[in-house]
Design a protein around this ligand. Structure first.
Ligand SMILES: Nc1ncnc2c1ncn2[C@@H]1O[C@H](COP(=O)(O)OP(=O)(O)OP(=O)(O)O)[C@@H](O)[C@H]1O
Ligand SMILES: [Mg+2]
Length: 590
């Protein structure tokens, strides 16, 4: 049941295109009109050479008069304006459709990352998925906006130039192609070396930024352990590597650029020589020969950029393939076929029946867990760190599905229930409840749509938190800051409890925070907890003796197995892991 993100990364270029257009149909909306405009724009590139040819052959060397010249110039001017407008329209249209398509791709991908997030994906993994999607879509966008346009225009202008040349002199056209193609092939390896050099630049840039940001973020640790010098050496080394890579890349670019100019001039020279010879033979007029020289430029320009464009095309395809890979990763936690059923509200009974679980590519972390939690029972789950308590909480709230066995809510397998019905009845209060930038009221009302200030007041009142609220500068309107940074750890827990109370679930799963809080807040939290859990089924992952003592049932987890179940008093009296844990707690507090 593991989630593999590279499942679709084997798509061929054509499949990427097909699937990509399926996800973002906006990309090809009105593409025919854009293509037509592009053909017109490319046609415009040959207007000047044609005007030159006509002027030379009919006015300069021929017997046409000034009227003919005026007509030619006027016609050329009008044609240039029209093609200018066409090429502007092509740019705008390509930009619009690509941005619309890429926006759709971003939305789809980020939504999907969010759906995946409820799974086995850790926060880290999610973060890296998000940054991967962001940078990949940027790569695609860069290509479409620059490379794509260049590619389209270049190809069309080479075609237009070839057509015109062939109409004038097929011999000279053959000569142009015959000199041009081998020269391009000779340039190609040099261009590849440029790409490789730039790949090195990007890589060393990443390493440099990594080294710097680690030193900045970890400044306190660096100082505390007195390793400034080592850190500095690493940064210096990274900067040096980066500079080195830049210099190499620039040198190669200079070489390729000059070779490109050489190639362009070489082709021109050959055209002049062969063209003159043809002209002497009477096959080619002076005007056409001159126009040929202009047309050859339409070839050599794009070739200078061809490698860069092809590279970007390849990067864009690879990026597209990866983003589609993310989008096509199946979401495991989804509504059952047909949407799933609802359940009747009221205090919930929870059963675990032979549950096993393993994280992707990991060992089994829960083994054959059987547990029966009758309605309104308060359960405390205790166990050493890494024993599987949080995993148990994820299974009961269906953030993950068991590999074997079943989790039942009032006798129904969680996988048969609609997620909406499940989320209404079951709420998880995570170890570190996340607060969003906003007011206290926003944060408490987060999971409960349509809550009014009266409801919020009632929640604080019922949890015995009115006096705490009064100590805050703006009461419910207090801004909590990003991630709730303006509140203390204990206060954030109180907000998380109020949020859970307002959500009014039938089954509460609390992953008790481990962060130490001051005694006054500790008392407040304990009081709010006992109010919150009254009349509800609750499963609390307990790190405090007081929580275990207050529970109806204590469940002891050890290395993924439930090893003891019973009331606190009973378990304390037995020789076993719980009694040992209890002694340790007592030793700690006395
Ligand atoms: N996202 C994950 N991917 C892979 N392995 C994980 C993941 N989360 C937890 N594990 C592993 O599963 C086991 C149980 O972890 P779990 O978080 O359930 O422990 P815990 O009892 O809640 O520990 P703690 O008291 O420290 O919170 C551990 O061995 C842990 O390494
Ligand atoms: Mg945990």
């Amino acid at each position: 049941m593991s989630v593999r993100l590279d499942a679709t990364s084997s798509l061929s270029g054509r499949e990427v295109l097909r699937r990509g257009l399926q996800v973002s149909p906006e990309l090809v909306q009105g593409v025919w009109i854009t293509l037509l405009l592009a053909v017109l724009a490319a046609g415009g590139r040959v207007v000047v050479p044609m005007a030159v040819q006509q002027t030379v052959d009919t006015v300069v060397l021929g017997d046409a008069g000034a009227g003919r010249l005026g007509l030619l110039l006027g016609g050329a001017a009008v044609a240039l304006v029209i093609t200018g407008i066409c090429s502007a329209l092509v740019n705008v249209r390509l930009f619009r459709s690509s941005e619309a398509g890429l926006a759709r791709l971003r939305v789809t991908a980020f939504r999907h990352v969010h759906d995946l997030s409820a799974l086995t994906q850790g926060t880290e993994r999610r973060g890296s998925l998000v940054s991967r999607v962001t940078s990949d879509v940027d790569t695609i966008s860069l290509f479409v906006q620059w490379g794509g346009i260049m590619l389209l225009v270049s190809v069309l202008q080479i075609v237009a130039a070839t057509v015109l040349m062939a109409a004038w002199s097929w011999q000279l056209t053959l000569v142009v192609w015959a000199t041009f193609v081998p020269l391009v092939l000779i340039l190609r390896p040099a261009q590849l070396r440029v790409s490789a050099a730039y790949a090195r630049v990007r890589q060393s840039m990443g390493a440099m930024l990594g080294a710097i940001s680690e030193a900045v973020v970890g400044a306190e640790t660096v100082r505390a352990y007195g390793v400034e010098q080592r850190t500095q050496r690493r940064i210096d080394g990274a900067i040096h590597d980066w500079r080195q890579a830049q210099v190499t890349a620039q040198n190669r670019v200079a070489t390729v650029f000059s070779s490109g100019v050489l190639v362009a001039n070489g082709v021109l020279a050959v055209v002049v020589v062969v063209g003159t010879l043809l002209g002497i033979g009477g096959g080619l007029s002076a005007g056409r020969l001159l126009a040929f020289l202009f047309l050859v430029q339409l070839f050599t320009g794009p070739v200078q950029m061809a490698t860069e464009i092809l590279n970007e095309l390849q990067n864009a395809l690879a990026g597209w393939r990866r983003v589609l890979g993310v989008i096509d990763t199946p979401v495991e936690i989804a509504d059952p076929d047909g949407g799933g059923r609802g359940t009747a509200r009221g205090a919930a009974r929870v059963e675990l029946d032979g549950v096993e679980f393993a994280y992707p590519d990991g060992p089994t972390v829960l083994h054959d867990v059987h547990l029966d939690v009758p309605a309104t029972t308060k359960v405390a789950v205790v166990g050493a760190t890494g024993s599987g308590k949080t995993t148990l909480a994820k299974l009961v709230t269906r953030l993950v599905d068991p590999a074997a066995g079943r989790v039942l809510l009032d006798g129904a397998d969680l996988r048969d229930l609609s997620l909406a019905a499940l989320r209404e009845r079951v709420v998880l209060v995570p170890q570190e409840g996340f607060l969003f930038d906003g007011t206290l009221a926003d944060n408490v009302a987060y999971g409960a749509r349509g809550a009014d200030p009266g409801d919020l007041g009632r929640v604080f009142d019922e949890l015995g938190l009115t006096d705490w609220l009064a100590t805050l500068p703006d009461g419910l309107g207090t801004e909590v800051g990003q991630r709730g940074e303006r509140l203390s750890a204990g206060e954030r827990q109180l907000v998380a409890l109020a949020r859970a109370h307002l959500a009014g679930a039938d089954l509460l799963v609390l992953d008790e925070a481990t962060s130490a809080v001051d005694p006054a807040t500790e008392v407040r939290i304990a009081r709010a907890m006992s109010e919150l859990t009254a009349g509800r089924t609750t499963i609390t992952i307990a790190h405090r003796l007081s929580t275990a003592e207050a529970a109806d049932l204590v469940v002891v987890v050890d290395a993924g197995r439930v090893v003891q179940v019973g009331p606190h008093a009973e378990l304390v009296a037995q020789a076993g892991p719980y009694a040992a844990m209890h002694d340790a707690w007592l030793a700690q507090t006395s």
